[in-house]
Design a protein around this ligand. Structure first.
Ligand code: CA
Length: 521
C-alpha cells in the first residue's frame, strides 16, 4: 500500500458508513487517518463500516437510514448490498407539508445568455429545423428527408444549427382515448412546438394513424402541403400527409417535405441571438449510471448550480419519481405550500400504484451498474439523487406530460429511465444537465446536454464525453461551490452557443421515448 493514503468520505456526522475514495479501492489492513483499519478489500465508492453495527440496527448515510443491518457488521468491514435490508418507503399519508419552507434566496442579478426569442415568449438555445411526426410509420421517410435537407439545403442557411427528424415509437396501435394516452400526446405536442425549433412547425403524418395531426396540434390552423406549390407563408404548421392522394410515389413525397423545409429554413435563418436574462433558462436535471459518489460530488454540485439558477429567476426541473420516492419526507417540508406538498404525494402515489399494477416495486430501480458503483439500494440512490434539487423551496409539481413554465424549483414527474425522463423534460427545457458515475454517452438532438462526472477517473477515461468533472470534490481539489459556479458559467456559455457540449460535437442523439402508461392495442 506504499504511496496510498487511504481515504473515506463521511457525509454526515451521524453516518456509520463512509465510502472509499481511492480510485483503485483499498486492501485489507489499510489504515484510515481516523485510525479505522479496513478488514477486507473494498472497491472505490463502496461503503466501509465506521462503527460496529448490530443486526437490525440502522445503517446511516447522508444522516438518513438507508436500511437495517441484516447481520452484525464489524468496524472496517465492506458493507455490501446483502448486508442491508431495504426499509419500507416513507408512508405517504403522514408526511409534513410545507413545515420548513426555505426563505426566498438572495436574487442573483446581471447574468445573461444570448438566446433566440420566440413569438410565444419562449427562448431557444439552439436554432433547429425540427420535423415533427405523428407516428412511427413515417420515421424512416422523415429521416431520409432530413439527410437530404442537411446535405442539399442546410449549407445555404448558415444561421440554422441543424435539421432534426423528431421521430418516436408512438402514434398508432394504442388506445388513444385511454386516460394514460394524454401523457405521450401532450409530450409530443410540446416537443413539436419546442423553443429551439422556433415555434413554426413542420409535421409529417401518414394519414390513417390514431394520432392525427389535429390531435397532436389542437387549435392550430394546419396547412396541407401537397404535390403542388406551397400554401401561403404563415406561422401555421405545415403538414405533409404521405397518403395524400396528390402524391405519385416516394420521390414526390420527399420533394414536398423538402419544399416545406426550405420555407422553414428561410424563416429560421433570419433569427438572431439577443441577450436574455438567465431567468429564461429552463434546465432539466437528470442522473444516469449513478454511483455512490454521485450523491457527494456531482449531484450536490448540480444542486449548488440549481440554487444559482433559482436565484437568477430561472426554472429548474428535477424528476425521476422512483429516485425521489424514498427521499420524499425531505421534500414535502420544503414545498412552498400544502397544495404543492400534496401534489408531490399525488405523483408518488400514482407511481406506487403504476408499479404495483406491473407487479413491481421500487426495489426494481438500482441497476447492476449502480450496485457495482457501490449503491446498495434505492434508498441510498434516492438520497444522493435529490441532492440535485439544491436547497430552495419546491415551487411547483408538474404531472407527466405537463409543460413547465413556473419559475423556481419544480418537480416534474417522470420515470427515472434516462431516455424517457429526457423525452418528458424535453417538452419544457432548453438546456439539460446529466450527471453520471458509471458513465453514459447519452445525448439529445433538440437541446444541448451538459455531462457531469461523479469521479475524476471517469472524466479522465472519457475526456471527450464528459463536460465537467465533479470528482474534484472528493479529492478536495475543488469545493462543491467551485464546481457549482463552474457549471453555472458553462450553462450560460452553452445556452449562448459560445460552447458546444461533447454530445453535440459527436452528434449523439438518443431516440425519443415518450412515456405511455396507456394500453397498446
Ligand atoms: Ca435517469
Amino acid at each position: 500500500m506504499d504511496g496510498v493514503n487511504p481515504l473515506y468520505i463521511q457525509v454526515h456526522a451521524r453516518d456509520n458508513v463512509g465510502i472509499v475514495v481511492n480510485p483503485e479501492g483499498l486492501e485489507a489492513g489499510a489504515v484510515f487517518p481516523s485510525g479505522l483499519i479496513l478488514r477486507e478489500r473494498t472497491p472505490q465508492s463502496h461503503k466501509v463500516a465506521l462503527a460496529a453495527i448490530e443486526a437490525g440496527e440502522p445503517v446511516v448515510r447522508y444522516g438518513e437510514v438507508i436500511g437495517r443491518a441484516s447481520r452484525a457488521i464489524a468496524p472496517g468491514s465492506w458493507v455490501r448490498e446483502d448486508s442491508i435490508d431495504l426499509p419500507v418507503a416513507p408512508a405517504l399519508n403522514e408526511l409534513p407539508l410545507a413545515t420548513a419552507v426555505p426563505a426566498p434566496p438572495e436574487p442573483l442579478e446581471g447574468y445573461t445568455f444570448d438566446g433566440f426569442r420566440n413569438a410565444d415568449g419562449s427562448v431557444g438555445t439552439r436554432n433547429i429545423l425540427g420535423i415533427g411526426t405523428t407516428v412511427q410509420c413515417v420515421a424512416p421517410t422523415v429521416e431520409y428527408a432530413a439527410r437530404r435537407i442537411r446535405e442539399e439545403l442546410l449549407p445555404r442557411f448558415p444561421n440554422v444549427d441543424d435539421v432534426v427528424a423528431i421521430t418516436h415509437t408512438y402514434g398508432c396501435g394504442v388506445a388513444i382515448d385511454a386516460p394514460g394516452a394524454v401523457v405521450p400526446v401532450q409530450t409530443l405536442k410540446h416537443i413539436s412546438l419546442h423553443a429551439n425549433t422556433g415555434g413554426a412547425p413542420l409535421v409529417v403524418s401518414l394519414g390513417c394513424e390514431k394520432l392525427q395531426p389535429a390531435r397532436l396540434l389542437p387549435g392550430l390552423a394546419l396547412q396541407r402541403v401537397g404535390a403542388a406549390a406551397l400554401p401561403v407563408l404563415s406561422s401555421d404548421p405545415y403538414v405533409v400527409k404521405l397518403q395524400d392522394e396528390d402524391f405519385r410515389g416516394f420521390q414526390q413525397i420527399v420533394a414536398a417535405i423538402l419544399r416545406a423545409a426550405e420555407r422553414r429554413l428561410e424563416e429560421l435563418n433570419r433569427r438572431r441571438r439577443v441577450p436574455c436574462p438567465a431567468s429564461e433558462l429552463n434546465v432539466g436535471l437528470q442522473c444516469g449510471g449513478s454511483d455512490a459518489f454521485s450523491g457527494v460530488t456531482c449531484n450536490p454540485a448540480v444542486g449548488y448550480a440549481a440554487d444559482l439558477l433559482v436565484r437568477a429567476g430561472a426554472t429548474v426541473m428535477f424528476s425521476e419519481v422512483t429516485e425521489v420516492r424514498d427521499a420524499v419526507h425531505l421534500l414535502t417540508p420544503r414545498a412552498v405550500n400544502e397544495d404543492v406538498g400534496r401534489a408531490l404525494i399525488r405523483e408518488m402515489r400514482w407511481y406506487d400504484e403504476y408499479l404495483a399494477r406491473g407487479s413491481a416495486d421500487r426495489s426494481a430501480n438500482p441497476t447492476p451498474g449502480n450496485k457495482r458503483g457501490g449503491l446498495s439500494n434505492v434508498v441510498e440512490k434516492a438520497l444522493g439523487s435529490v441532492a440535485k434539487a439544491g436547497t430552495t423551496a419546491l415551487r411547483h409539481v408538474a404531472t407527466h406530460g405537463e409543460k413547465v413554465s413556473v419559475k423556481g424549483l419544480v418537480f416534474a414527474a417522470t420515470p427515472a429511465s434516462d431516455f424517457i425522463c429526457g423525452t418528458q423534460q424535453l417538452a419544457s427545457m432548453n438546456l439539460h444537465v446529466f450527471t453520471t458515475g458509471e458513465g453514459s454517452p447519452y445525448g439529445l438532438a433538440l437541446v444541448p446536454v451538459i455531462k457531469v462526472s461523479s469521479r475524476t477517473a471517469l472524466a479522465e477515461r472519457w475526456p471527450d464525453l464528459i463536460d465537467i468533472d465533479a470528482g474534484t470534490v472528493a479529492t478536495g481539489r475543488e469545493t462543491i461551490a467551485d464546481v457549482g459556479w463552474r457549471m453555472f458559467h458553462l450553462m450560460l456559455d452553452v445556452a449562448s452557443g459560445r460552447k458546444r457540449t461533447w454530445t453535440e460535437q459527436w452528434g449523439l442523439h438518443n431516440a425519443l421515448a415518450p412515456f405511455n402508461p396507456g394500453p397498446v392495442t
